[in-house]
Design a protein around this ligand. Structure first.
Ligand code: FCB
Length: 406
């Protein structure tokens, strides 16, 4: 028995709620056609092409009504409860609660109060993310993260939410600052389509400051609350030798742990989103890729153990805030969960202070620039009817939860 370990799943507002209006919505409408066209240049297995929507269809790339979780959260939480979940991670849609600069919409805030209450009624602990990728349009128009006042805007929003949801005890400020910075401010592949090292660096510095300020805002209102960030942390594995070791060191210091090490003083826990192993062998990404998900991401449970061991030295409690896979046929998910959780257990047995695991995701959802086709859910969503169907792996996960609790 591992005491008080929390088990659940994670979602994010824009990916499941439906009918959001933010910088991503704008971006999707602008890019859907081109993304569908580019998909034609790739080879796809039939089981993906026959799904709805398929990667070749424009509607795949527009979040639209998504899973309509905004209206169906109670039914979805009933499912999570039936699957043995004891906690749930979700995010607040900033663009709903502050649709205009400085004007908070109390009706939307009441919605999130209901979401929190619905979780509590079902015995699930709410873990709330303040910002999961999407920005209100007014803020994006002011330059988003690049606006010098971004940290102040974020802290004001955090303050408002902490006051409004006073009974929430776990907060995550930013989801994956590393990914926001890399894809949105370096590669220009995602909103706001900025390129280059300068904007990468500046966006990271801004988010670091924003985290510190939001942390303070929440703690001033709720000193007992636990506040952290959900970071995208990979295991960089050196294949050995001086050059590979040095490259691993540089990647860890300046990519992997850059945000973490600069925000550690304003963190009560470490939130780990873990998806990737990166083997360093005369270059990056020299993975053997024996097993892959539908998105081509390597399945490699050892990396979970290794990243958790690397995090031990920071001396903070750890929550795995995301880990999962795109697997439309549900052929890998059950063993994936089992093996990644075995890695978690191994790290716990060696003294790592790990307190919870949130599978990504409860539902199939809108996977950003990939759209709807990647199926990450413990629960399948039929995007024509919005019907939910529990996948077999969700029951396998429930069995594992019960074993840990026994
Ligand atoms: C993470 C994101 C999450 C989801 C998963 C698959 O990087 O935080 O929203 O898209 O990847």
């Amino acid at each position: 028995m591992i005491q008080n370990f929390l088990f659940g799943a994670a979602t994010a507002s824009h990916q499941v709620e439906g009918n959001t209006h933010n910088d991503w919505t704008v971006w999707e409408h602008k890019n859907a056609k081109e993304l569908a066209r580019r998909a034609e240049e790739k080879k796809w297995p039939d089981y993906i092409l026959n799904g709805f929507p398929s990667p070749l269809q424009e509607e795949n790339y527009v979040s639209a009504r998504a899973c309509d979780h905004y209206h169906r959260f109670r039914e979805d939480f009933d499912i999570a409860k039936s699957l043995g979940h004891t906690a749930h991670r979700f995010s607040i849609e900033w663009s709903r609660v502050e649709p205009e600069e400085g004007k908070f919409d109390e009706k939307e805030i009441a919605h999130y109060r209901e979401v929190v209450a619905a979780l509590r009624e079902r015995g699930m602990k709410p873990f709330v993310t303040l910002w999961h990728y999407t920005l209100p349009v007014w803020l994006a128009e002011k330059g988003g993260v690049m606006n010098g006042k971004f940290p102040e805007y974020f802290a004001r929003y955090a303050d408002h939410m902490a006051r409004s949801l006073a009974d929430v005890s776990f907060w995550m400020t930013i989801n994956e600052p590393e990914i926001v910075a890399f894809h949105g401010y370096y590669k220009g592949q995602r909103p706001p389509e900025k390129h280059g090292f300068i904007s990468l660096y500046r966006s990271m510095r801004r988010m670091i400051k924003a985290h510190h300020m939001a942390y303070r805002s929440i703690k001033d209102v709720a000193p007992e609350a636990h506040v952290g960030a959900a970071m995208h942390l990979s295991w960089f594995e050196s294949a050995g030798g001086l050059v590979n070791d040095a490259l691993k060191y540089l990647m860890d210091r300046f990519v992997n742990f850059y945000f973490l090490e600069r925000t550690i003083k304003s963190s009560d826990f470490i939130g780990v989103n873990h998806y990737f192993h990166n083997r360093v062998d005369g270059g990056l990404n020299k993975n053997r890729n024996k097993e892959k998900t539908d998105l081509g991401w390597e399945i490699y449970p050892e990396s979970m153990y290794q990243i958790l061991k690397q995090l031990q030295k920071y001396g903070l409690p750890i929550y795995i805030t995301e880990n999962g896979l795109a697997d439309a046929r549900d052929v890998e998910r059950a063993s994936f969960i089992e093996n990644y959780l075995m890695s978690v257990k191994r790290a716990i047995n060696e003294g790592a202070d790990i307190r919870g695991y949130f599978h990504w995701s409860l539902l199939d959802n809108f996977e950003w620039d990939s759209g709807f086709w990647p199926r990450f859910g413990l629960v399948e969503v039929d995007y024509r009817t919005l019907e939910r169907k529990i996948r077999p792996s969700a029951w396998a996960y429930k069995k594992i939860i019960e074993t840990w609790q026994a």
